[in-house]
Design a protein around this ligand. Structure first.
Ligand SMILES: [Zn+2]
Length: 209
């Protein structure tokens, strides 16, 4: 069994492994934000953060590609913190223990945070790459997506120059979104009758049918 950071493509999994080590549940995104800003500084990339905690990192076009349409990679910083009942884990402080189980990368007793850690890792791998030819790139890492899309809602209009946005936040392999430029949240109020829980699932299923 090889460690996560040894998987291929190497750069992608190295960044993902590093992200797993940094606690980043929703509303506790300071450390991951610092990690992204530190990455930008280390790679001499222009960066900015805004009032709602989004981070944007910019990478110039490679020589000869300056006139290409700019591409934006978008992902979010936070993850859903869920754990098994018998797992002791404090999401704001403890790293995710990712491991390889057959064909899968998973985590010991908790959510892995592949949503959207792998999206962030993909963007960072491109930003760090020295062997790619590309036009201007902007990576937008939005804050607190899982609980209200706070970063996306608070993003200042006109802050991005790119015209093509690649949303890196989907986890269904083999499916391609041709458009998801927005989202909505609907609050529904209603009443329902309760019934006593019976002792196994099959009988509940038959009962309600
Ligand atoms: Zn997501």
């Amino acid at each position: 069994m090889s460690a996560i950071h040894e998987l291929q493509p190497h750069a992608l999994w190295q960044h993902f492994s590093a992200i797993c080590d940094i606690p980043h549940p929703s509303f506790h995104e300071e450390q991951i934000r610092e990690h992204l800003i530190g990455f930008a500084k280390e790679h001499n990339l222009e960066w900015q953060s805004d009032a709602v905690g989004n981070v944007i990192i910019r990478k110039n076009a490679t020589p000869g590609m300056e006139n290409r349409v700019g591409v934006i990679f978008q992902g979010h910083m936070d993850m859903v913190p869920q754990k098994n009942n018998d797992t002791v884990h404090d999401f704001p402080t403890d790293p995710i223990k990712a491991y390889i189980d057959g064909d899968w990368v998973t985590a010991e007793g908790t959510t892995l945070g592949a949503d959207n850690g792998i999206g962030m890792a993909a963007a960072l791998a491109v930003l760090a790459a020295k062997d790619l030819h590309h036009g201007p790139i902007e990576a937008l890492f939005t804050a607190t997506e899982e609980t209200g899309m706070i970063g996306a809602q608070g993003l200042q209009s006109g802050i991005l120059d790119g015209k093509i946005l690649l949303n890196l936040d989907t986890e269904d392999e083999g499916e391609l979104y041709i458009g998801c430029a927005g989202g909505t949240r609907i609050e529904v109020n209603g009443e329902y009758a309760t019934e006593t829980l019976v002792d196994n699932f099959v009988s509940v299923f038959h009962h309600t049918n």
